[in-house]
Design a protein around this ligand. Structure first.
Ligand code: HEC
Length: 103
């Protein structure tokens, strides 16, 4: 009997932990994390200091279609085809929202 209640406690704790971390995921930090590697070339929040195009503040629909076109090799680039292939469509949409609303 004792063992059984211990098992139930373990299962319940795991369930509560999963529920809490699930709630944590709902926080809106993912888009910024996804957008981090882009900063190396496109600048902080996509505001490029150099010859690489700025993507800050571009309409999110434009960013999504550009990334999907790179991903599908419908638009040719030097590096963006490879980069775009590393992201799911959902991640592309989250990143696009991040850059289009960057201030
Ligand atoms: C290694 C440098 C590099 C990284 C990292 C990089 N980009 Fe690019 N990006 C470029 C270059 C260079 C271009 C111009 C197209 C090409 O040559 O591939 C470009 C073009 C773009 C364009 C098209 C801009 C326009 O005006 O049409 C978008 C959108 C874009 N990048 C989004 C991103 C996103 C989102 C990330 C992060 C996941 C990212 N890039 C990471 C170098 C980079």
């Amino acid at each position: 009997m004792k063992q059984k209640s211990l098992r139930i406690t373990v299962v319940m704790s795991a369930a509560i932990f999963m529920w809490i971390s699930g709630v944590g995921m709902a926080a809106d930090y993912r888009p910024a994390m996804l957008a981090n590697p882009c900063a190396g070339c496109h600048g902080t929040d996509g505001a490029s200091p150099g010859s690489i195009p700025s993507i800050k503040g571009l309409p999110s629909s434009y960013l999504v279609s550009a990334m999907k076109a790179f991903k599908a090799d419908k638009r040719k680039g030097t590096v963006m085809n490879r980069i775009a292939k590393g992201y799911t469509d959902e991640e592309i949409e989250l990143m696009a929202k991040h850059f289009s609303s960057a201030k």
